[in-house]
Design a protein around this ligand. Structure first.
Ligand code: GLU
Ligand code: ZN
Length: 276
């Protein structure tokens, strides 16, 4: 008997899985087990420059070695662009989005929030935001698009691990990218569409994505989609308090394996890095 719980693992095949991923995926696996639920696997391969088939194979092998099981079939984002395009068209028609012509350089000059904990994008300064929202039906090729966020509104959610969360639109995050000029959706849009389409009831992921959750709640609202529950796992830190994912030498799962570490030790090693 399975319950109604549906979770997911959502790795990006842009590198080898490290201890931080293992900790989050292990938590996702455990929570699905505890709820007698189903765990699905989504291959987040939408970055054409950084996604590599060899990393897809490596992550499947590493997950299997860790003893993390999921239910087939694997959902592959690069095959679902039509679905994302339809959602984007709905956002455009609803007047929620606008084209942005800012260059990478313009964006880099926008102020980054101080003591940033995540690899978050800078708060957009609204340069291309039209005064009044306008609905459109045509997707202009070669153009980036952003979602207009309700400035000053506090977005709240209750995290099942970290408790009450709140972020202010326009301050903690700005109008964010939903469609890229290369004809692909942003992470935020693809994630929201897939979590809904896959019937995910609880999202387990790293605490670096808390602010993304606030953005995703706005997308769910605009698209009339129900929000799943969220469980953000604590990030791992080294002895200097540096986030493991920020270290280029972050321990790869296969390095541990080559060193002779037993797979059942990995969750314990990860746990010891959470308490620092
Ligand atoms: N693919 C994302 C990552 O590796 C995970 C996104 C998510 O869990 O929503 O950071
Ligand atoms: Zn712009």
């Amino acid at each position: 008997m399975t319950s109604g719980y549906i979770g997911r693992l959502a790795p990006s095949p842009t590198g080898l899985l490290h201890l931080g991923h293992a900790a989050t995926f292990w938590t996702a696996y455990q929570r699905a087990q505890e709820h007698r639920g189903t765990l699905l696997l989504r291959n987040e391969d939408l970055d054409p420059q950084r996604s590599k088939q060899e990393f897809v194979e490596a992550m499947l092998e590493d997950l299997a070695w860790l003893g993390i099981e999921w239910a087939p079939p694997i959902v592959v984002q690069s095959r679902r662009v039509q679905l994302y395009r339809e959602a984007f068209a709905r956002l455009l028609a609803g007047g929620f989005a606008y084209p942005c012509t800012c260059s990478r350089r313009d964006l880099a000059l926008m102020v980054q929030a101080p003591h940033e904990e995540s690899d978050d994008e800078p708060v957009y300064n609204g340069h291309c935001r039209p005064v009044a929202s306008a609905s459109s039906t045509a997707i202009e090729p070669g153009m980036n698009y952003r979602l207009r966020v309700p400035d000053g509104e506090t977005i709240r959610f209750s995290d099942r691990n970290l408790g009450a969360q709140s972020f202010i639109a326009g301050i903690d995050f700005g109008d964010f990218l939903i469609w890229r000029k290369d004809g692909l959706p942003s992470y935020q849009l693809a994630c929201v569409i897939d979590d809904a389409a896959m019937g995910i009831t609880e999202v387990v992921r790293g605490a670096d994505l808390l602010k993304s959750t606030a953005r995703q709640i706005l997308l769910q609202r605009a698209l009339n989609l129900q929000s799943p529950a969220y469980f953000h796992a604590q990030l791992l830190r080294d002895e200097h308090g540096v986030r493991l994912a920020k270290r280029h030498d972050a321990l790869a799962i296969r390095t541990l394996r080559q060193q002779g570490v037993a797979p059942e030790m990995v969750p314990m090693i990860a746990q010891s890095l959470k308490t620092r």
